[in-house]
Design a protein. Structure first.
Length: 719
């Protein structure tokens, strides 16, 4: 038996390789420092429960793929069947390979004709990826019966002191609502069955040592990089370490391996932190920013036309909208739904991806040319995975639908938003979409696609079998192929808002649309929890109209602008309705965004722990800690007339900083008492003072926000 040690950025993984069965993770968490082979042996001796043979017949520490015959009483790591009978492999190690940050263990079961590859890799930031690949290697005809994969779920052990859990729920326009609770006992699974992660997706499953906090405490978290159905799991048992894991939810018969075929689980990303949720965020953000495909150019200020014109595509009005956008300082103009035939409402036309010449008699080329002439990029909305029955495509190819033909049309709910799903796993349907979309990208010189996905996949059927897995793979492959054909093309993943913004889709997308809600009050929390995993440059955050279409709430312009500043900013608003004063305010905001985005989209995101449930304090600190930007916002009435001081964490404690309000977004409103530092316009304090004592803020009224710009001054502080 030997041991592997992976170490990176404060995280260590110690893996023991027994003579039988899969590897065993002995430790995942804080880096214990340099350990030679003798140290590892001593550590294992110090950590074991018993000396064999002992009083227990069953193994107490599960391997990386625990199953019942190992003595594991929890949810199995995999469930397989052959000829309708449960198949439980007995794995024999073959080889272990890898390097400083990666381990690949290969195993086999000759009797069952199966192979298994387990991969662990520590990425920049200390984020740990775990995935399994199961292969049917049988060449003996007696073992050649197909193997059904019912699930294959990566798991890792967590100390039993982690006794609180954080997961998420939500709904349309109110995505990613945190749900903290004590960790339940037994084997528990949280699942989604929507064919996409969904607005109520778990998003992240985190265990913590005590109630989870933003800036302190140990956290062990997992996120599954998969854009469809998922299972998040915990096993809290009295005689085993706690297990945390996640895997793809598969339906019966969805994955069946014949000889020579293989199935790979989506990567489960595990993050350990001893600095609360911000530590988890830092690991995800650093990894995502380290990828070669991560967006490197400044994130453009966007105007999307949906809430400006909806389906009313009058070319003259859209051109004037583009001209007003350019006047404001917009850098990317996106034409949303309504540009293709019969699309005067959401009941017709999906799938017919050609320009409606009745509305755009000269096509979209003149609009695209005018947008570029104004100095902006041009983008276009698609919903490629969906089809309307009232469309030329559906009439010509009814067999291309991802449904049981007997259920189309259906009064039982298979139709949602009067649309159905196009089966992208059919080569002809895939090729049709690729050629139509690629042709439009080329003709219009598109820089950007807003890729929507406005419904769940209900009873998805591909050639009579469950089809979600292949549909998801095909959709991601289509995005990748379009980008390969058109270098520089960017894609936004929108799924009626934030129902598909996982680390799976972000492998091929450059941005996500966090929510269909542009209500800035709702957006404060939606964006905060979306950036738990995704850095702000990947999160679309637009300024909506004064009254939000999704909630009916009317919010001050200053608050809407301050909220947009916390992501990849833009507008979802008919700015032709703005008066001169509003236009000047929007131009000032555009200038502020261009000034600060280099910091906002590269720095470390921090969230201050506050007591008042109406207060939100969120900031970004530059990589060299030379500057920072904080948004201090209220979502309701503050509890106290003298609010709690607001701490600004993450700065260099030895440096001095000037703090001032950036009022380009407009002035916030509060009660009768103004703190002296706000009265005079600035204050200079050490990073230590700002992070531990903080600033007294005024009693902000509901739905008000301050944007604080913090910059280092020359003189160094001591002590």
């Amino acid at each position: 038996m030997h041991t592997s040690l992976l170490r990176r950025d404060g995280v260590a993984v110690i893996v023991r390789h027994p003579e039988e069965g899969p590897p065993v993770v002995q430790h995942w968490g804080a880096d214990p420092g340099e350990l030679d082979p003798a140290d590892l042996d001593e550590l294992l001796a110090a950590d074991e429960r018993q000396t064999p043979p002992g009083t227990l017949d069953a193994a107490w520490r599960p391997g990386l793929l625990p199953v019942e015959p190992d003595g594991w009483p929890g949810r199995p790591g995999t469930l397989l069947a052959r000829d309708g009978v449960a198949l439980v492999p007995r794995w024999e190690p073959v080889e272990v390979s890898g390097g400083e940050h990666e381990l690949v263990a290969r195993l086999r079961d000759r009797r069952a004709g199966l192979g298994l590859s387990i991969r662990l890799h520590l990425e920049p930031g200390g984020l740990l990826g775990v995935s399994h690949t199961l292969s049917s290697d049988s060449t003996d005809s007696s073992d050649a019966a197909p193997v059904e994969v019912q699930w294959l779920e990566p798991t890792l052990p967590v100390p039993t002191r982690a006794d609180d859990v954080l997961t998420f729920s939500g709904r349309w326009t109110r995505e990613k609502v945190p749900r903290p609770s004590p960790l339940g006992r037994g084997s528990l699974a949280r699942q989604t069955r929507r064919g996409r992660p969904g607005h109520d997706q778990p998003w992240l499953l985190a265990l913590s040592d005590g109630p989870v906090r933003n800036r302190s405490g140990e956290v062990w978290a997992v996120h599954l990089a998969w854009s469809a159905d998922v299972t998040y799991r915990t096993d809290r048992l009295p005689d085993n370490p706690t297990l945390l894991g996640a895997g793809e939810l598969l339906r019966p018969g969805e994955i069946v391996l014949r000889p020579g075929e293989a199935y790979s689980s989506p990567t489960a990303w595990f993050a350990w932190s001893d600095e609360g949720l911000d530590g988890v965020t830092g690991r995800f953000h650093r990894y995502l920013r380290s990828r070669s495909r991560h967006p490197r150019t400044p994130r453009p200020l966007v105007l999307n036309t949906w809430e400006a014109v909806y389906f009313d595509h009058d070319p003259a009005t859209v051109v004037r909208l583009a001209e007003r956008a350019a006047e404001i300082g917009v850098e990317r103009f996106v034409l949303d739904d309504g540009w293709f035939p019969a699309r005067r409402d959401d009941t017709r036309g999906l799938g017919d991806w050609s320009v409606d010449r009745g509305v755009w008699p000269d096509g979209l080329e003149p609009l695209a040319a005018r947008v570029r002439e104004l100095g902006m990029q041009f983008g276009l909305w698609f919903e490629p995975e969906m089809v309307s029955l009232d469309s030329d495509l559906a009439r010509a190819h009814p067999d291309w639908l991802l449904h049981d033909p007997a259920q189309v049309p259906s009064p039982q709910g298979l139709s949602w938003r009067t649309q159905y799903v196009l089966d992208l796993a059919r080569p002809a349907a895939y090729d049709y979409l690729l050629e139509r979309m690629s042709g439009l990208v080329a003709v219009l010189d598109l820089a950007f696609i807003k890729w929507d996905h406005n419904r769940d996949l209900v009873d998805a059927r591909h050639e009579g079998r469950p089809g979600v897995h292949e549909q998801t793979r095909a959709a991601l492959r289509l995005m990748a192929e379009l980008k390969s054909r058109h270098p520089g093309l960017e894609i936004e993943s929108c799924s009626s808002g934030g129902a598909r913004c996982d680390l799976g889709v972000i492998e091929v997308a450059d941005r996500v649309w966090a929510s269909d809600s542009n209500d800035a009050v709702e957006r404060q929390d939606i964006q905060r929890w979306t950036e738990l995993l995704l850095p702000p440059e990947l999160i679309g955050a637009h300024v909506g109209p004064p009254t939000a279409h999704s909630s009916g709430r009317t919010v001050d312009l200053s608050y809407r602008l301050a909220t947009s500043l916390t992501g990849s900013a833009g507008f979802e608003w008919n700015v032709l309705e703005c008066d001169d004063a509003q236009v000047q305010r929007l131009r000032a905001f555009a200038g502020l965004y261009r000034e600060l985005r280099g910091l906002l989209h590269t720095g470390s995101v921090v969230h201050t722990d506050v007591r008042d449930p109406a207060l939100r304090v969120r900031g970004v600190v530059a990589p060299d800690a030379g500057a920072g930007v904080w948004t201090v916002a209220t979502v309701a009435s503050l509890e106290d007339a003298r609010p709690e001081p607001v701490r600004l964490p993450g700065l260099d404690p030895r440096r001095r900083y000037r703090v001032r309000v950036r009022d380009e977004v407009g002035a916030a409103r509060w009660g009768w008492v103004t703190p002296p530092w706000l009265e005079r316009g600035e204050v200079v304090l050490t990073g230590r003072a700002l992070g531990t004592i903080g600033l007294q803020i005024p009693a902000l009224w509901p739905q008000q926000a301050l944007v604080l710009h913090v910059t280092a001054v020359e003189r160094e502080a001591h002590g």
